[in-house]
Design a protein around this ligand. Sequence first.
Ligand code: TRP
Length: 354
Amino acid sequence: MTEFKPLVFSGVQPTGNLHLGNYLGAIRKFVALQENNDCIYCVVDMHALTAQLVHEDMPTQIRSITAAFLAAGIDPEKHIVFNQSQVPQHAELAWIFNCVARIGWMNRMTQFKDKAGKDREQASLGLYAYPSLMAADILVYRATHVPVGDDQKQHLELARDIAMKFNLDFHDKIVPTGLGIDIKVGEEPVHAYFPMVEPLIDGPAPRVMSLKDGSKKMSKSDPSDLSRINLMDDQDAISKKIRKAKTDPDALPSETEGLKGRPEADNLVGIFAALADKSKADVLTEFGGQQFSVFKPALIDLAVEVLAPINAEMRRLMEDPGHIDAVLRDGGARARARAEKTMNEVRDIIGFVR
Ligand code: TRP
């Protein structure tokens, strides 16, 4: 049984500032995955239109995500870094997927329900079709592994459903052309053109919560900037935000059990652990019994140590937008060549004349 070549794909929307949650939850994983995999990392600018059509400064947003990728250590020569709109094949495959996916599937998407809010009739058609474009982003490269946050799991399941329906519906066209590969779905062997994508969700990445409310996710849309550490924050800002972070009056426990019911303490210990690449238990072995007046300065030092070099490199890169654009153009050209190969095969499978 042949197998799809492992290929990692992920995307980040160019909306708002990147924060610590994005770094620990996504970008740091992207960096680690380059070691043993072929990787494609995409700034999904077309997705950014789904909630809001006009963006204040789209070019700067796109460049700053790219700068964060590069500053964090993603190698755009060994791998591919580009912005989605440079590869129109994503949109073309998304159209085909719109015709594969069923309205009932889309209606189950919790992110659509959350983002559309009460007045669903006024949401854009793009927001509704968002998961179909996301499936196309991944499958236009026939990528197999997708590092994402927990909140994207449902979208990846939809990508599998789309891939499976395409594989089954076009089975009679895929097999004789020899374009597909035998894969196993559970115990069943299937001849497939598109792989069943696997989410890469676990790992040391914590759910990074707001510094002002340990029950809410750290978010770029939170009105209080004190609730998050942005990747562009300098040393003073990082230090001030951690000093002002909400805590409770008790000392830190010496076991993780003791973090139950203490969301703010749990969050700060989780952030420390992630930044230090340790477990929460290890952090509590070191700091159990200590007050936040001792723990917070240690956390500030660690956060500055990890984030300051990334911050400095992002600022340096942002001073040369021409260089960033050249990286994106080069990545775009390489991505386009791969995507066009897939699209030619898809056009043949569907029966479009070319
Ligand atoms: N929906 C993802 C998010 O909001 C972004 C995204 C778009 C993505 N296309 C993708 C992630 C493809 C992984 C793979 O986080």
